[in-house]
Design a protein around this ligand. Structure first.
Ligand code: ADP
Length: 485
């Protein structure tokens, strides 16, 4: 059976040129190809960027009345909600995430367009008192063409995290989804244009990072680059962007700790710790993959975490499983490599959960929830991001040691603190080097309102919230001189 091609989305239309090379899309639950992506090259990227720039320069988007621009984004939000099941099914099949998680991602995607649609006409400039005889005001202007290089773990919601504010601020967008998961983003572009977005405002070129991705970052008409992915690729992107002095926003993952003190509600902590590392098979940048636990409660807490891990049912992402496969054979192999070195380093490994029984899923890229105990700072699994359902456990004797362990990382994306001692929570929230601190719970409940981003090698600049909108604007100051006599 020949596979259908997923077109690229340029200038308001799906283009599926049969002469272009393709990449097979693999369903990670079955390891079988389900579609083909167009392997976009510099020529496709150039067509997309030219279209975005042309739209940027006309009245079609940036110069439209702000209320109208906001209304189009709100219509896109409604259309995403109306297509929830369709988009969630694509995302679940492509990424391997359970359908319930994919539905949540679609709701978050809709919220980004709603939130930033409402912000279009509310971000104000300032007037600055300079001196008698002059009046200064500031304008917040869009950059032009915003390049969005998107990872495979949350294509829709992370795509929307950058695309919605970029559009809201008046930019036009060219997105390059990851070669492992592109289906939903092309569909998002189609839905957005059907909802009223002008042709050229949001283009999607599929393909490999080193080809389509690099051509996009290097393109002289691209004015701003947003990237989420690995540290190595983020560094390569910064270097490419440096050649043409493009500002970049980087979100580069983490090795975030959950820190549990003896006075914490252990049942609640255990439930969060297990849930978060199983979410999307551990392939979430702000997951907490290190557990730092007070040694006086180490065994009690771990027992509760293991009980949760033992209950995890792995299986068909569309069929109600708690956990699906990881994204690819390559990712599975990388995780297994980490586990092998952890054992050589002296960590104790236990594997949990119920592997899928369905023979159809025999070749799928499933990895069981795994706990590595007695992990020390010099171990590779303490320092490097595994990006799988693997929890590395270390213990501490006192608060000072907990902080030292938490900060003993090149990364600084987020950290969880479990304690009933409010003063300690406040102290640690200040001392821990991370962009997000979660006290007695995980995350922000999927909210789009809270600024998100990293410190240290987790990246810089903030997405989400008002800061996310400002990230897509540049300030211009205008000074008027007037005669005083
Ligand atoms: P992973 O190794 O897990 O796929 P990456 O950080 O390499 O993570 O990929 C994240 C995104 O960056 C993907 O869309 C990928 O295609 C893209 N990418 C990878 N390499 C480059 C590159 N050299 N230039 C631009 N984009 C890239």
């Amino acid at each position: 059976m020949s596979l259908e091609n997923l077109g690229i989305f340029i200038d308001g239309q799906v283009m599926a040129d049969a002469n272009l090379a393709t990449i097979d899309v693999i369903n990670p639950a079955t390891a079988r190809p389900i579609k083909r992506l167009i392997r976009g090259q510099a020529a496709e990227v150039d067509a997309a960027v030219q279209s975005a720039r042309k739209t940027f320069e006309t009245k079609a988007w940036r110069r439209m009345p702000t209320a109208q621009r906001g209304q189009i984004l709100l219509k896109i939000s409604e259309a995403i909600r109306a297509n929830e099941e369709h988009l969630a099914t694509l995302e679940s099949t492509d990424v391997g995430k359970p359908i319930a998680q994919a539905r949540n991602d679609v709701r978050t995607t809709a919220r980004y367009f709603e939130y930033y649609g409402g912000m279009v006409d509310k971000v104000l400039g300032t007037t600055i008192p300079v001196r008698w005889g002059a009046l200064d005001m500031t304008l917040r202007e869009p950059y032009g063409v915003s390049a969005q290089i998107i990872p495979w773990n949350y294509p829709l919601s992370m795509g929307a995290r950058g695309i919605a504010p970029a559009l809201a601020a008046g930019n036009c967008v060219v997105a390059k989804p990851a070669e492992d998961a592109s289906l939903s983003l092309v569909e998002l572009a189609r839905i957005a244009h059907a909802a009223g977005l002008p042709a050229g405002a949001f283009n999607v070129v599929t393909g490999y990072g080193q080809e389509a991705g690099a051509a996009l970052v290097r393109h002289p008409l691209v004015s701003h680059v947003t990237f989420t992915g690995s540290v190595a690729t983020g560094s390569a992107i910064m270097k490419m962007a440096a050649e043409t002095i493009k500002p970049v926003s980087l979100e580069l993952g983490g090795k975030s700790p959950n820190i549990v003190f003896a006075d914490a509600d252990l049942a609640a902590a255990a439930a969060q710790i297990a849930r978060v590392i199983v979410l999307n098979s551990g392939q979430t940048c702000n997951t907490c993959s290190r557990l730092l636990v007070d040694k006086s409660i180490h065994d009690t807490l771990l027992e509760q975490v293991l009980t949760k891990f033992d209950q995890v049912r792995m299986g068909d992402p569309l069929g109600g499983a708690d956990m699906g496969p990881v994204i690819s054979a390559k990712q599975k192999k990388a995780i297994e490599g980490f586990l092998a070195t952890a054992e050589q380093d002296g960590a104790t490994m236990t594997r949990h959960g119920h592997p899928p029984e369905d023979s159809n899923l025999r070749d799928g890229f499933f990895v069981r929830p795994t706990v590595l105990n007695n992990v020390r700072p010099q171990h590779r699994v303490f320092r490097e991001e595994i990006f799988g359902p693997v929890l590395a456990v270390s213990s501490f004797s006192d608060e000072a040691e907990a902080v030292t362990l938490a900060n003993d990382s090149d990364y600084g994306l987020n950290a969880g603190i479990f304690t009933k001692d409010v003063e300690r929570a406040i102290r640690l929230a200040h001392e821990i080097q991370a962009g997000q601190i979660y006290v007695n719970g995980f995350g922000t409940g999927g909210s789009v309102e809270v600024p998100f981003g990293g410190m240290k090698k987790s990246g810089f600049n903030r997405e989400k919230g008002i800061e996310g909108f400002l990230n897509y604007t540049q300030t211009k100051s205008v000074t008027f001189h007037f005669k005083t006599e």
